[in-house]
Each structure stands twice: as C-alpha cells, then as structure tokens.
Unconditional design. Sequence first.
Length: 267
Amino acid sequence: MIKQHGLGILAAAFILVAGVLFNPFTADAEEFHWGFKKATGGTPPDAGASLNAMLDKHGAIYKGKPDEKVAYLTFDNGYENGFTESILDTLKKEDAPATFFLTGHYLKSATPLVKRMIAEGHGIGNHSYGHPNMANLSEKQMEEEWTKFDDLLNELTGVKRTVYARPPAGVFNDKLLAVGNKLGYRHIFWSVAFIDWHADKPKGRDYAYNNLMDQLHPGAVILMHTVASDNAEALPSFIQDARKAGYTFRSLDDLVMEYENIDSVLR
C-alpha cells in the first residue's frame, strides 16, 4: 500500500500559490458551498467555469482525468461511532489506499485508529481542529485551525504536518484557498458524495452501494463518512465491483502528481 506522508510533502511543493492579477470574484470573502449535479452514466460532474477557475488558481482539486478509470477514496471523520475499524479492515484486505480528513476531536478521541491509519499507509488530511465555518474566519484564525490540528497530530503520532485540507461542510471562499496555499495546504474537494452523515438514520448497505456505483466516474474523488454502518457494509462490494468495471484505486499523492502533469514515481 502506498505510503503518503513523506511524499505528501513533495506534493505540497507543487501547490499553486495565490495570484494577485486574476480574481473572477469581486470579494474574496464571498462564501461558497461545494456542490453540483451528481455524476451519472460515468460522466464526471462539473462545478462550472467560475468555480473551476477559482480552484485552478489555487491548485485545489475535486476530480482527476476524465479518460482514465481511477478513483480516490477519502473519508471525513469528525467523531468515532464504531465503524472505522471495519472500513480499515476492508481497505487492508483490498489493498486500497485512502485519505482520512480528521478533526481535532477525532485525533484525541480515536488516537489508536489514527495510528492504525498511518501504520497501514493511509493519508491524514486536515479537516480543521474545531470544525468551524472556515470561510468566516480571519486569516489568523484559519491558520490556527490548521496548525493546531497539525501540532496535535504531531504530538500524538509523530507525523509532522498535513498538506491536504478539506473545509468543514464544504464551505469555502477564495481567501480560504489562498491562505491555505500560503501555509502549504492544498484543498481537496470531491466529485462523488451522498447523504451519509446521519448516524441515527442508517439507510442500509444497498443505499450506500447504489450511490457509489451510480456516481462512479473516471477520476472520481469519493467522499464518505464513517458514522453509520451503511458505508462500512457497502465498501467491500463497491471496491470489488469497481475493479471488475476496470477501475483502480490510487492515493491523493497520485492525484496531485497527475494534476501537476508529473509522472508519479509511485506507480
């Protein structure tokens, strides 16, 4: 399985720093909620010209190449509810890399699982320390959210820092992406997602499996949560059936290298 943390620093070196000559928006404080029409029939979704331009300016990514059957597994973990161990078991059995975007609460409350993620070669992403609306914060507060998370991660696991960030609830703006770049973070959004974060309202294995398979497309960056049984139960079949359909699963380091047009040394 791919080891991400040492190579993540290499990936960070290719972050596109904020430009001052190009800004398609009148105010960088304008708030955006990430979302778009779901992918169908294997066709990748499109966020639209304006958002695509904003993301490209800062090297933020939400999908890979549209002509290559590759998928990237990511999980957002704000708290532990007993299903992450099963997900890690599946990833290990299927030899599939993933990145877990964690909060400070998760680091403190589920440290053994975080250490297992790292030991088994998965990436750790920065989902902020306290899960606030990052777009509403000052530059100093943004920095504190990311660095406080990284400091705790380093204290608990020895991992020096993260290089991939994801804003809580997908709320962002131009300023957030620019400040992240300045501090060495690249934002990773997603192109496949569904409502799966209600721990008290499980919808069953088939609900998760069907959503994943229906939205699967070349270059898919898949977002899942781990608080309900649905994803844990659907993941084995999804990975196996996606592979039967010709898909491979790669790491976010590979995605970044592809974005930067660098022939990844990981393959």
